[in-house]
Ligand binder design. Structure first.
Ligand SMILES: *[C@@H]1O[C@H](CO)[C@@H](O)[C@H](O)[C@H]1NC(C)=O
Ligand SMILES: *[C@@H]1O[C@H](CO)[C@@H](O)[C@H](O)[C@H]1NC(C)=O
Ligand SMILES: *[C@@H]1O[C@H](CO)[C@@H](O)[C@H](O)[C@H]1NC(C)=O
Ligand SMILES: *[C@@H]1O[C@H](CO)[C@@H](O)[C@H](O)[C@H]1NC(C)=O
Ligand SMILES: *[C@@H]1O[C@H](CO)[C@@H](O)[C@H](O)[C@H]1NC(C)=O
Ligand SMILES: *[C@@H]1O[C@H](CO)[C@@H](O)[C@H](O)[C@H]1NC(C)=O
Ligand SMILES: *[C@@H]1O[C@H](CO)[C@@H](O)[C@H](O)[C@H]1NC(C)=O
Length: 439
């Protein structure tokens, strides 16, 4: 991703990157998870977690599966491209695992980006088709990287963890709770596989949240990791940051009145990517039974409308006093909206616009019936420029894409998760009606 490779590198991280060669060094660097007070949506005990419960709850997965099975749109049409995509094939050839990958000046992580996408898309393929070969492909990728990757280095470590790491956790959540996958290396004395990697190497590194779009990446990843790991403290820390972190949370990222992005003056790639990451964070929180999409009088939608309008070529009001924390690290603050990477579409001449519109469109316009003319138009332009396909170029890990398949709702409704149809530790459904307990 063009945008995020040049995301600010904190001086702080440059030093720690050198010190993070070994997995065991990381927790010390991150320190304890700060305890938070009473926060909207917080959990009080492990049994409060819903599984699967990252981007997709069980009910969400069923909506997708049944949409495809019953030949209903948009799922049916979206599945045509999805099911023939190279990353959705059981025959996908794994490019890793590697033991050390880097994001930053020494970037060499595309094998992970690709394998993660294949693990996730094969997990979805398995859920939709129940073809065992997709189960095998997804879980062998999870196990291979889960047991071999020991170090993530570079100044943008937390982006790599927050983007690719999040999608990897999403694949694992589906395969574990729906597919009955038990990770390689699982042992009562402490394992050496996927979950250990997720805890020590991924989650612990996202605790230093950072700012603006970069910070929101860590927040959405921490939400995902904490649900996977059933970590109450980490989840509460992340859901608090989403609402109250004045540099990285929703109110730090979007002007509560106009929806202006804190990086609107920087460039449109970052401004628009942040919308997608905020929507993904809210999606995990939704899976856990709490609605933050409506926070701030639907602030995220106001923000989507602002950026969609500007990127469609129209003027927007601009307050030069609303900008991101530490803007000086990236040559800010700015006097006007930036024209850098302005525009929409997957293959516009100068840029590849982040695929964020579907998740916003389905959540606000279709499910809630809200009026959002610019977001609707942005989706139309995006669809006309390619629509359902995997992202290409440097941005493959930024957004999941496939929005008509992944995020669609059939119309207005609450679509609340029914806990009788979801699984939680000790819950009632699962392969044999017992929940996903390890025997
Ligand atoms: C990536 O770069 C780092 C630092 O140079 C190196 O240690 C590591 O082996 C490389 N990994 C891959 C997959 O090339
Ligand atoms: C399952 O997928 C494999 C690989 O794509 C394919 O060869 C096989 O025919 C599929 N099986 C069924 C029952 O569709
Ligand atoms: C590493 O990955 C390979 C697959 O490439 C796998 O066979 C092996 O079990 C993994 N784990 C370890 C500890 O080598
Ligand atoms: C962006 O482009 C518009 C139209 O060409 C121009 O009026 C405006 O000054 C530009 N903004 C910046 C910050 O350069
Ligand atoms: C499917 O992918 C092709 C490009 O390969 C694209 O032109 C088309 O719009 C996509 N279909 C949908 C429904 O988005
Ligand atoms: C869920 O299950 C409980 C008993 O386990 C039952 O009392 C309740 O009515 C069920 N709810 C729904 C919506 O079916
Ligand atoms: C679940 O049921 C299947 C077939 O009914 C059986 O083969 C399998 O061993 C059962 N698994 C567990 C964990 O009981």
């Amino acid at each position: 991703m063009k945008w995020t490779t040049i995301v600010v590198s904190l001086g702080l991280f440059a030093k720690t990157a050198l010190a993070t060669g070994q997995l065991n060094g990381l927790p010390v660097l991150n320190g304890p998870i700060p305890t938070v007070g009473n926060v909207y949506g917080m959990k009080s005990r492990v049994g409060d977690f819903v599984h699967p419960g990252l981007w997709h709850s069980h009910d969400d997965l069923e909506r997708i599966r049944l949409g495809v099975a019953n030949g209903e749109d948009p799922w049916k049409t979206a599945f045509v491209n999805f099911s023939t995509d190279s990353f959705s094939q059981a025959s996908y050839v794994m490019q890793g695992p590697k033991s050390i990958i880097c994001r930053g000046p020494c970037s060499n992580y595309t094998t992970f980006t690709n394998d993660v996408r294949a693990a996730y898309q094969n997990a979805m393929m398995w859920y939709i088709t129940r073809n065992q070969s997709h189960w095998d492909r997804s879980t062998t990728i999870l196990d291979a990287w889960g047991t071999n990757l020991t170090s993530i280095i570079g100044t943008d470590t937390s982006l790599l963890i927050g983007l690719e790491g999040d999608m990897f956790a999403n694949a694992a959540e589906i395969m574990r709770w729906e597919g009955g996958w038990v990770e390689q290396g699982a042992r009562a004395s402490g394992g050496s596989g996927f979950s250990n990697q997720l805890y020590w190497l991924f989650a612990r590194q996202s605790i230093i949240i950072g700012q603006a779009n970069y910070g929101m990446v860590s927040i959405k990843a921490l939400l995902a990791f904490s649900v996977y790991l059933d970590d109450v403290s980490m989840y509460n820390y992340a859901i608090n940051a989403y609402q109250n972190d004045l540099c990285a949370g929703i109110y730090g990222n979007y002007d509560p009145q106009t929806g202006q992005g804190a990086e609107t003056g920087r460039d449109q790639g970052h401004a628009v990517s942040g919308l997608g990451w905020t929507a993904l964070a809210a999606r995990i929180i939704q899976s856990q039974g709490t609605d933050v999409y409506s926070l701030g009088n639907n602030l995220l939608l106001t923000a989507a409308e602002y950026s969609a309008k500007y990127n469609l070529g129209y003027d927007v009001p601009y307050d030069p006093k609303f900008y991101r924390c530490e803007a000086i690290l990236i040559n800010g603050p700015w006097s006007a909206p930036s024209n850098i990477s302005r525009g929409l579409g997957e293959t516009s001449a100068t840029t590849q616009s982040p695929g964020v519109w579907d998740i916003l469109y389905y959540q606000y316009v279709v499910k809630r019936g809200l009026n959002a003319p610019w977001t609707v138009k942005a989706k139309q332009v995006y669809d006309a420029s390619g629509g359902e396909q995997h992202p290409t170029g440097n941005s493959q890990g930024d957004q999941p894409s496939w929005g008509d398949l992944l995020w669609a709702y059939p119309g207005r409704g609450q679509f609340k998760n029914d806990d009788n149809r979801t699984i939680w530790g000790g819950g009632t459904i699962g392969p044999n009606g017992t929940g996903m307990l390890n025997y």
